[in-house]
Design a protein around this ligand. Structure first.
Ligand code: SF4
Length: 307
């Protein structure tokens, strides 16, 4: 009898309503993540002209979409200028982005520069083209930003890109170095921001499907995907599946660095360290084990397992 009552009370939601509710939650989460990153790193300020770099991939479409929503509700005034660099890769559908951006009614610019031919001419067959290609692209984007009077460049990298870069640098580059949410451009002229820093890739994939962005494939140049990046990407996805919450914990760690507990003498003056006689909770625990949160208290259901 009571089971009947309960079953009757919790009639399942119609499928369409469920999808609508999930999509609404997703949109709220994306806006919250982007808004929080903007606040935490003071990414966008009054009067900024932000050049939103559009590749035609899901990440940049998602970034523009969410930034436009944020702009409508922001307490400050700033301008978004969408920019795409058409590198003349064979088969690049050059009508897609102008059509999409025109419909949005946003200020935009398409820069056409045949870097594809330059790269093809200068890089021997079979060698990776990415370093020359991205160097050329960077120079062009800086010039365009200058011409459009933009002071900031927004890139669509998300949390998973940032973790991947961190592990790539550690595993293959011997550096503890990630992909920052905000930094000056290498020529010192602009501020580069990554408003999607707190956004997880899975959310961007779902958002792109929901919004039906006209995605342009990124394999047109024919360059092979970086094998090392692919390996790290697979590793992170595997961890995410096996140990839910691990990526979140690792991302939190990137925002919680203790230079005195690493070994970089440029960041911490180990040579001139003197005992102060004052207890320091961040001092060395000698033989004690580091206290980690109990398994039940770990974020996102993270479990401690014996490897
Ligand atoms: S994948 Fe192709 S377009 Fe992208 S940086 Fe490499 S060469 Fe350039």
């Amino acid at each position: 009898m009571s089971a009947q009552w309960i079953e009757n009370e919790v009639a399942p939601l119609p499928k369409e309503l469920k999808i609508e509710r999930e999509t609404h939650k997703l949109e709220k989460r994306l806006c919250r993540n982007v808004g929080q990153a903007i606040i935490d790193y003071n990414m966008i300020e009054e009067g900024d002209r932000v050049m939103v770099c559009m590749s035609g991939g899901k990440d940049s479409y998602g970034m523009l979409d969410i930034l436009m929503k944020m702009k409508d509700r922001a307490p400050i005034d700033f301008t978004l200028v969408a920019v795409n660099l058409d590198q003349k890769q064979p088969g690049f559908p050059d009508h897609i982005l102008p059509e999409y951006l025109s419909k949005l009614g946003i200020e935009f610019h398409i820069e056409t520069q045949d870097t594809y031919s330059i790269v093809k001419k200068n890089i021997p067959e079979g060698k990776t083209m990415c370093s020359l290609c991205s160097r050329l692209r960077r120079g062009i984007l800086y010039r365009v930003a200058r011409e459009l009077k933009c002071n900031k460049l927004a890139l669509g990298h998300h949390r998973d890109d940032m973790l991947q870069t961190f592990f790539l640098n550690m595993f293959f580059g011997g550096k503890l170095k990630g992909m920052p949410p905000k930094l000056t451009s290498d020529n010192g002229e602009f501020i580069v921001i990554r408003p999607m820093a707190y956004v997880v890739e899975k959310d961007l994939i779902r958002w792109a499907e929901h919004r039906q962005f006209p995605i342009i494939p990124c394999t047109l140049c024919g360059s092979q995907e970086n094998l090392q990046r692919k390996q790290i990407g697979n590793l992170l996805r595997e961890w995410d599946k096996k140990f839910p919450g691990r990526l979140e914990t690792m991302f939190t760690a990137l925002q919680n660095v203790a230079p005195s507990h690493l070994m970089d003498a440029k960041l911490h003056d180990f040579k001139n360290l003197k005992a102060t006689g004052v207890p320091d909770e961040n001092g060395d625990l000698a033989f004690d084990e580091e206290e980690l949160p109990a398994a039940s208290a770990l974020p996102g259901g993270l479990q401690v397992v014996q490897l």
